[in-house]
Design a protein around this ligand. Structure first.
Ligand SMILES: Nc1nc2c(ncn2[C@@H]2O[C@H](COP(=O)(O)OP(=O)(O)OP(=O)(O)O)[C@@H](O)[C@H]2O)c(=O)[nH]1
Ligand SMILES: [Mg+2]
Length: 301
């Protein structure tokens, strides 16, 4: 009492990097900890493409999480390779690494080598235990993980059902070093609104379209005007081929219209303001394989 959080010597802060295979629930876990839909999640693998920071702050703690793209062993094209570069970068400044595994199928062996290079404290979390049928198997995985990763910090959770997520935060708090907060106490990310908006549009594309479409798509906010009553946002959706543009438009523009409506609702909920959303579709042939394009889209430096 009587000291602001900044001045309290007992304040703890840590950079926590979340890693794991695609689709294990990394982004869902981050949202569960933040209590807000900051990062996009989807049943399709490779939803997350960038390292995205999400910040959890309490009276005595600031955890700066990095959500990362799911680890792919053999990247098939340059975009995937760049995504793996984003994972490496996030590991470089981690104070703590949180390895998230699929509870029903943890694939512990595959991560032994990855983890050997990690020099900071490791927390291993088995997710999706709401889907575990065999409790004995889960117990076994838990013990195996402790031995394989040489850590006592192994937890089981359900990010989706918000089961035991608090325990993850408690363990991270225990491991976090004493340090003043790195970021202002009232922000949940250092990403700009433009990026979050483009992600929300991509999330809707992942939901609405099948097969290659989501993977061939990139979204860029080209103009953002804050007006009194609403924010006026213009976006370009890039695809790789003309045929994909036709699918994205849909019959008489029905598909793009639905896309715009659903994405707009999400954006409005996030920024607490009315939105006008304009979408333009453009073809950038094979952009995923093109280094110049990847630089332009911010995947490569
Ligand atoms: N049943 C169940 N499903 C979950 C749980 N956590 C996440 N999911 C689902 O798993 C899918 C993938 O979740 P994401 O959070 O997008 O996974 P990710 O690890 O971020 O995936 P990438 O970004 O592709 O690497 C989504 O459909 C989630 O709703 C859980 O605890 N239980
Ligand atoms: Mg993700």
């Amino acid at each position: 009492v009587g000291c602001s959080a900044y001045l309290c010597t007992l304040f703890k802060s840590a950079f926590v990097t979340i890693i794991g295979l695609p689709n294990v629930g990394k982004s869902t876990l981050l949202n569960a900890i933040l209590g807000e839909d900051l990062v996009i999640t989807n049943p399709k693998a490779q939803t997350t493409r960038h390292r995205i920071k999400g910040i959890h702050t309490t009276d005595s703690l600031q955890l700066v999480f990095s959500d990362t793209p799911g680890i792919i062993k053999d990247p098939a094209y340059k975009l995937q390779a760049a995504m793996m570069g984003n994972v490496d970068e996030a590991l470089e400044d981690a104070d703590i690494v949180l390895l998230l595994l699929d509870g029903p199928y943890p694939r512990i062996e595959e991560f032994k080598a990855v983890v050997q290079n990690i020099k900071v404290p490791l927390v291993v979390v088995l997710n999706k235990i709401d889907q575990v049928q065999d409790q004995d198997a889960l117990e076994k995985h838990l013990e195996e993980a402790k031995v394989a990763f040489k850590t006592e910090h192994v937890l089981v959770i359900s990010a989706l059902e918000q089961f035991n997520v608090d325990s993850v935060v408690s363990v991270l708090e225990e491991l976090a070093p004493e340090h003043p907060p790195y970021y202002p106490l009232d922000i949940i990310t250092d990403e700009n609104v433009r990026f979050i908006v483009s992600e929300m549009i991509r999330e809707q594309i992942l939901t609405q379209f099948k097969k290659e479409i989501p993977y061939s798509t990139e979204v860029v906010v080209t103009d953002y005007k804050e007006e009194k009553k609403l924010d006026r946002i213009e976006c370009t959706v890039y695809v790789e081929r003309d045929s994909q543009k036709i699918i994205l438009l849909g019959k008489k523009g029905a598909a793009i219209k639905k896309l715009g409506t659903e994405a707009r609702k999400k954006i409005e909920a996030f920024i607490h303001k009315k939105v006008f959303l304009g979408l333009t579709i453009k073809v950038r042939k094979d952009w995923r394989k093109d280094e110049q394009e990847l630089k332009r889209f911010g995947y490569l430096k």
